[in-house]
Ligand binder design. Structure first.
Ligand code: COA
Length: 168
């Protein structure tokens, strides 16, 4: 899959994205919005391991956000299993240099549309930590609807709470 959007391109990860990936992923502000499986500090070894997994998984559901030829962020679709086999969750991040320009909103909107068109999904949802209003706003602008709050569901950087959003 390759999507050429107004401000960025969404494409599969490549093994040669490692250096650019580290440059943008090795940022505590990025890590704060994500699950702890996203490393911090983010080393070149972390990048090689992630890229090796991303390029071999089938179907490929983890994508790079490319701007100006560089890999500056990521967006991943995680298909559910068992009773959740018609649902998927979405995760995303963008290098701090590019925040506040509508780039993630553009990426999330396009990837959600493509997934609904190409897979038999009935629901795509995303989890946002309660202290991440920018991400909640991204989802709102991309057409997701707030569903509720799960209290004490997550411990991130010493703080509890998480909220869920999903499309209408
Ligand atoms: C969250 C993140 C993806 C946003 O990316 P982005 O490209 O800057 O997002 P956009 O520019 O598309 O939209 C951001 C919106 O949030 C708003 N916003 C930013 N900071 C905000 C704040 N503190 N309070 C309320 N709204 C805020 C912006 O004004 C913008 O909304 P607007 O267009 O109505 O003005 C990016 O900051 C990031 O990668 N963070 C670290 C990882 C992360 O949190 N990932 C999400 C996991 S759920």
């Amino acid at each position: 899959m390759k999507l050429t959007l107004e401000q960025c391109t969404i494409r599969p990860w490549r093994l040669d994205d490692a250096e650019s990936l580290v440059r943008h992923a090795n940022n505590r502000k990025v890590w704060l919005g994500l699950r702890d499986i996203f490393p911090h500090p983010y080393t070149i070894q972390d990048a090689h391991e992630f890229l090796q997994r991303a390029v071999t998984e089938q179907p490929q559901m983890k994508f790079c956000i490319e701007i100006g030829g560089a890999a500056v962020g990521g967006i991943g679709v995680h298909p559910g299993q068992d009773v959740h086999r018609y649902t998927a969750t979405l995760g995303y991040w963008l290098g701090e240099n590019f925040w506040g320009r509508g780039i993630t909103t553009e990426a999330v909107t396009a990837v959600t549309d493509i997934c609904f068109k190409n897979y038999p999904l009935h629901r795509i949802s995303a989890e946002v930590f309660a202290n991440n209003p920018a991400s909640a706003r991204v989802l709102e602008k991309a057409g997701f609807a707030f569903e509720g709050r799960l209290k004490k569901n997550v411990l991130k950087d010493g703080n509890f709470s998480i909220r869920f959003c999903t499309p209408e």
